[in-house]
Design a protein around this ligand. Structure first.
Ligand SMILES: C[S@@+](CC[C@H](N)C(=O)[O-])C[C@H]1O[C@@H](n2cnc3c(N)ncnc32)[C@H](O)[C@@H]1O
Length: 205
């Protein structure tokens, strides 16, 4: 039986600068070669991000009493979203962002697929939960700009859990990144955040 695929949205006009275009094309090549997928399922992603996405969604369902919108930033094959959809069904609406759509994949469990560079896509909705495991906030040279986009894509009260390029620790890059993250989030009215190893989490007021 043929299953219905996700609703696919691509940027109307690609106005990326050459550097970002090259980054997107490289990500697309990696997608095609299936080189960088670890087939990480929901349990594994929760373990790597050190968070229970499922508990978070359960709490949101209780407090919001409506469908919860979830975005996987760098969804790969959409395996994590498939796991969440299996657990919550129509109680959640799932969005996956990926540099390229692989025609051979069914993206089962993904209601909407946003295809393009994280800095060029323009989701038409806001999200209650955005998470990312080795996605654009980790891979992109402009990872801090991706974090900034994420803030704009959250509903008030929405939560982001993002594996970022640089986290805690004594490296020069991390020592530069930590104040930059704090400055960015504070400029958006987000007074507290958590950075554990390289997983950044925060809630939009
Ligand atoms: C290594 S895979 C990770 C897949 C999945 N999250 C996992 O944990 O297995 C990287 C994903 O991020 C996407 N990605 C990487 N850089 C991106 C960018 N700059 N913009 C949009 N998507 C990007 C890729 O297309 C792919 O879907």
């Amino acid at each position: 039986m043929k299953t219905k695929g996700p609703k696919v949205t691509r940027p109307a006009k690609a106005d990326l600068n050459p550097k970002l275009r090259a980054e997107k094309e490289q990500a697309a090549r990696n997608d095609k070669r299936r080189k960088w997928f670890m087939k990480t399922d929901l349990e594994l992603v929760e373990r790597f991000l050190n968070v229970s996405l499922r508990d978070g969604i359960r709490n949101m369902l209780l407090s919001r009493r409506r469908q919860v919108r979830v975005l996987d930033l760098g969804c790969g094959y959409g395996i994590t979203l498939r796991g969440l959809k299996k657990e919550f069904g129509k109680e959640i609406e799932t969005y996956g962002l990926t540099a390229t759509r692989l025609g051979s994949q069914s993206y089962r469990g993904v209601d909407h697929l946003l295809v393009g560079h994280a800095l060029e896509v323009k989701p038409a909705v806001k999200f209650d939960l955005i998470y990312s495991h080795i996605g654009p906030p980790y891979h992109s040279e402009r990872w801090l700009d991706v974090v900034e986009k994420t803030v704009g894509w959250l509903e008030p009260g929405g939560v982001a859990i993002l594996q970022v390029k640089f986290g805690e620790g004594p490296s020069v890059n991390s020592l530069v990144a930590q104040p930059a993250i704090r400055e960015l989030l504070e400029s958006k009215g987000i007074k507290s955040h958590n950075l554990f190893q390289n997983v950044l989490s925060f809630k939009k007021p």
